[in-house]
Write a protein that binds this ligand. Structure first.
Ligand SMILES: Cc1cc(C(=O)O[C@@H]2C[C@H]3CC[C@]2(C)C3(C)C)ccc1N
Length: 228
């Protein structure tokens, strides 16, 4: 009972999501030979920077996004960047790489100068996303829903964003029923992850501050997207 236009919306989002992937060379670098914490941090910086670039490209291809007010587009991107990045890296983390690699990546992230108290919530989130076994359509639409959250700071035209998000929530709900018929509350569980993401973004803000304090270098794009 997914209508023709809903199928078209889903296809546009999934194509955009798959078209804009993190360059494999960045992810692969993290898996190569042993690095020092400084080297690891530089690799994470490279990974985060390319994730933001991928996020911007994906967002521009969400149907209706570019017809929103320009300043609202910026507000939505800045407001959702962390959450979209964690969602995408959780999916990359739990799916893309053969299991052995995941431990290596986890090891690299753990030895990159990231504050210890941030690790646990981050890896718990990765695991909770992995356990959902989302299909790629669900991943793409859930990411689009996260980006089109109307109550981000400085968004002026709430209504316009709400209308776009609404149409995606409807599609996601239908998709969940089709893809996971046995799990009645699967859709609710998916949306529950978005709440977990907001908690993570608070940890992330502290992480940025602690890195700044220790004089870690960021790229201009990361400074711009997170006002650091
Ligand atoms: C300012 C700044 C931010 C990050 C970051 O948010 O990294 C995210 C944390 C994990 C989740 C997404 C990340 C890219 C990750 C996989 C390293 C990494 C380096 C850096 N100089």
């Amino acid at each position: 009972e997914i209508t023709k236009e809903q199928r078209a919306l889903m296809k546009a989002i999934v194509d955009a999501y798959n078209r804009h992937q993190i360059p494999q060379d960045v992810a692969k670098k993290l898996l190569q030979e042993q690095y020092s914490p400084e080297e690891n941090f530089l690799l994470l910086t490279e990974m985060a920077t390319s994730q933001v670039q991928v996020l911007v490209e994906f967002t521009k291809n969400i149907p209706g996004f570019v017809s929103l007010d320009r300043e609202d587009q910026i507000a939505l991107l800045k407001g959702s960047a962390v959450e979209a990045m964690f969602l995408r890296s959780a999916q990359v983390f739990s799916r893309k790489m053969p299991s052995g690699h995941t431990d290596v990546l986890e090891e690299r992230i753990r030895k990159s100068g990231m504050p210890e108290e941030f690790m646990t919530p981050m890896f718990n989130f990765y695991k909770s996303i992995g356990e959902l076994h989302m299909v790629q359509e669900e991943q793409a639409i859930l990411t689009a829903i996260t980006i089109l959250t109307p109550d981000r700071p400085y968004v002026k035209d709430h209504q316009a964003v709400e209308r776009l998000q609404e149409s995606m929530l409807v599609v996601l709900r239908k998709l969940c029923v089709l893809q996971h018929p046995q799990e009645l509350q699967y859709f609710a569980r998916l949306l529950g992850r978005l709440t977990e993401l907001r908690t993570l973004s608070h940890y992330h803000a502290e992480m940025l501050t602690s890195w700044r304090m220790n004089d870690h270098k960021f790229t201009p794009l990361l400074c711009e997207i997170w006002d650091v």
